[in-house]
Design a protein around this ligand. Structure first.
Ligand SMILES: [Mg+2]
Length: 368
């Protein structure tokens, strides 16, 4: 009996790679310190295998975060064709490596292709992505983001979120007056007294500003579960100083497994925000492994992604297990329910019932 795989019987060869604009209206602009997105200008990437199996992936370029745009992403997918067509989805890590060059600086394009390959591979194998990643936990509970805005906006958002059952609120701060941000934190703390609070400055502060904000909120210190990326990506000393007062997470500072090694070695943060959209899937898995080995906590997050990419991330986080912060909330911001199915029921995301792949088919009418 031969136990060797007969590669000629592997019908996961990719015969088609298509990228289409996926434009999604939001219920409110998703504002962060560096800018806002009023419309998610994403891409839907479809891969077809030689046996007809289809896999779907999504790219969500966020210009204010990484400089990637829908147009640059589309060009990167086109440039990736030679690295994908004719290759096998079963060798997705090999393909992911080959995408480094055509998708240089376009991580969301690489992410979409990797996701589509894995979706196709799992569909063909009769496995959900949640099973593929390990099936560690059956459910995740996501936070809800309150984008930048005025105090009244924060207050009204927190009131609605508490009524919908959220137990963690993530407030986008920075880019404006710090005194007003302090008032926004106070507003959400009083409107949602049972919620833990996560602050995210998207790298917009210097350490002294962040510490001043924390001093102004010293009576609410118990409520602030995490301060995500207060300072610039390269300012690890600043992150470390802030970490003496509150739990700090790296997002912009953690764009590769090598970054995570450095963050762990220098004890700069205690949590790492893993996002497939900033690294692709293979690198994200390496980041998870390195963070665990280095004693760092895990957060799963994303850009302004629809249910498609967020279900993928949810499968990864619940499948791998051990993520103590879940920030998979942008489908709540999508006006068209076609992009937010699993997210219509509130913060609890059940993953164990998915059939094959991520289990999603976007309606053709959803494509612009
Ligand atoms: Mg962040």
């Amino acid at each position: 009996v031969s136990l060797e795989t007969d590669m000629s019987a592997d019908s996961t060869r990719v015969v088609e790679l298509v990228a289409e604009p996926l434009e999604i209206e939001l219920v409110e602009p998703f504002g962060i310190a560096g800018g806002a997105q009023a419309l998610a200008k994403n891409l839907l990437v479809t891969i077809v295998l030689e046996d007809g199996t289809r896999g779907l992936g999504e790219a969500a370029p966020f210009p204010a975060v990484s400089g990637e745009t829908q147009a640059s992403c589309l060009r990167a997918v086109e440039a990736s064709r030679p690295a994908v067509i004719g290759e096998r989805a079963s060798r997705w890590r090999h393909v992911a490596g080959a995408l480094r060059e055509p998708c240089a600086d376009q991580a969301s394009a690489r992410c979409a292709i990797e996701c589509a390959l894995l979706d196709a591979l799992c569909r063909r194998a009769g496995l959900s992505l949640w099973q593929f990643f390990g099936g560690a936990e059956c459910e995740l509970v996501t936070d809800l983001t309150i984008p930048t805005g005025d105090v009244e906006h924060a207050r009204a958002s927190a009131r609605r979120a508490a009524a919908r059952g959220f137990d963690t609120l993530k407030l986008k701060i920075g880019g404006g007056e710090l005194g007003r941000d302090a008032e926004r934190v106070r507003a959400i703390a009083s409107e949602a007294p049972a919620c833990r609070i996560v602050l995210d400055a998207n790298a917009s502060l210097v350490a002294d500003q962040a510490l001043e904000l924390l001093r102004a909120l010293s009576d609410l210190r118990e409520r602030i579960a995490l301060f995500e990326q207060p300072t610039a990506a390269g300012d690890l000393a600043g992150l470390q100083r802030i970490g003496e007062h509150v739990r700090v997470a790296a997002d912009e500072s953690a764009r590769s497994a090598a970054d995570v090694v450095r963050l762990a070695r220098e004890r700069a943060v205690s949590v790492v925000n893993v996002k497939i959209m900033k690294t692709g899937v293979a690198e994200a898995l390496d980041m998870v492994a390195v963070a665990r080995a280095g004693g760092l906590g895990l957060m799963i997050g994303g850009m302004v992604e629809s249910e498609l990419a967020m279900t993928f991330s949810a499968c990864l986080a619940a499948g791998a297990g051990g993520f103590s912060f879940v920030d998979l909330d942008t489908p709540f911001f999508m006006r068209d329910s076609a992009f937010a199915g699993r997210w219509s029921a509130g913060p609890h995301l059940k993953l164990d019932g998915i059939g094959r792949g991520h289990g999603l088919e976007l309606p053709r009418s959803a494509l612009s």
